[in-house]
Each structure stands twice: as structure tokens, then as C-alpha cells.
Design a protein around this ligand. Structure first.
Ligand SMILES: [Zn+2]
Length: 155
């Protein structure tokens, strides 16, 4: 069977000309293992959803990702927005099987942000391991606003 080569099709090439493009375009096929469905996105924006901790990974700018989406995870009363050393340690030690995640920034108000996450994204020079920076770190921790930080990045 001979496959049609659409790059050689006269009428399609005329159409591309009229659209003013010399590119063929790209698209990514939806893969449920790698991409969030529309329904997943709706659910995550509305509430905390429990997922297996091993499904989390580090994405753009070290942010915490579930599939192709940045998320926030809650462990106890602490919020993680990066795949930080603390979260990695707890996952590798098997201390976290499932944990709740969300993209709904209105769900984040009552918990505190994990300082290791600030370190993981190198937020304003924050270094959780350098104790001579304690005063500076305390100042950053006090002024850091997770919702504002995420809203600037999640658009
Ligand atoms: Zn963390």
C-alpha cells in the first residue's frame, strides 16, 4: 500500500501558503499516563485528590508535578510545591504511600510551606542547610506567600 505524502499535496500547500506558514506544525497525542485529562484538571482544581507518592516528579523549575501539571502536596500540616529533599526522603523511606495533591490555591491557606521546597527552587537565595543564614531564612519564611508564588507561575 502506498501512503499519501501530504507534504506534497498541492491544495494543502496552497492552503499553508494562504495561512502564511512555512511550518508543518506539531501536536502531542494525549497519553493518559503522561497527561491530565480535562476531568482530572477539574477535580484537582476543586479538591485534594489522593495519589500514589511515586507518581510525583520534578518538572519545570524543580516544581512538584503530577503528570504534566504542577501541583501542591500536603503531608501532615505542611505543603510541598517542589520535589524537595524532605519529600524525596519520605517517599524513598516508604513513609508516604498515598498523599493528597491539589492545584486549587484556595485550599492552601491553613497549612505552612515546607522550607525544603523553598530551598529546592532556590527562592531568593534561601538555603535551608546554611544555619548562619538563619535570620535571613526566618525573614523569607515569614514573608513567603505560597498562593502568590504559585499564581505567578501557574498561569
Ligand atoms: Zn518540601
Amino acid at each position: 500500500m502506498k501512503l499519501v505524502d501530504f507534504t506534497q499535496d498541492e491544495s494543502l500547500n496552497r492552503l499553508r501558503d494562504r495561512m502564511g506558514t512555512d511550518q508543518f506544525g506539531q501536536f502531542e497525542l494525549f497519553d493518559p499516563e503522561l497527561h491530565l485529562s480535562w476531568q482530572d484538571k477539574q477535580n484537582l482544581a476543586k479538591d485534594w485528590i489522593s495519589i500514589n507518592a511515586n507518581r510525583l516528579h520534578a518538572g519545570h523549575e524543580h516544581a512538584l508535578y503530577f503528570k504534566n501539571c504542577p501541583v501542591v502536596a500536603k503531608v501532615g500540616s505542611e505543603l510541598h510545591f517542589a520535589l524537595c529533599d524532605d519529600l524525596k526522603k519520605q517517599i524513598s523511606q516508604g513513609l508516604l504511600a498515598d498523599l493528597p495533591i491539589t492545584t486549587g490555591t484556595d485550599k492552601l491557606s491553613e497549612a505552612k510551606t515546607c522550607p525544603y521546597c523553598l530551598h529546592a527552587v532556590a527562592y531568593e537565595g534561601f538555603d535551608v542547610y546554611r544555619h548562619r543564614h538563619q535570620e535571613y531564612n526566618d525573614k523569607i519564611l515569614k514573608s513567603f506567600n505560597l498562593v502568590k508564588y504559585l499564581q505567578e507561575r501557574w498561569i
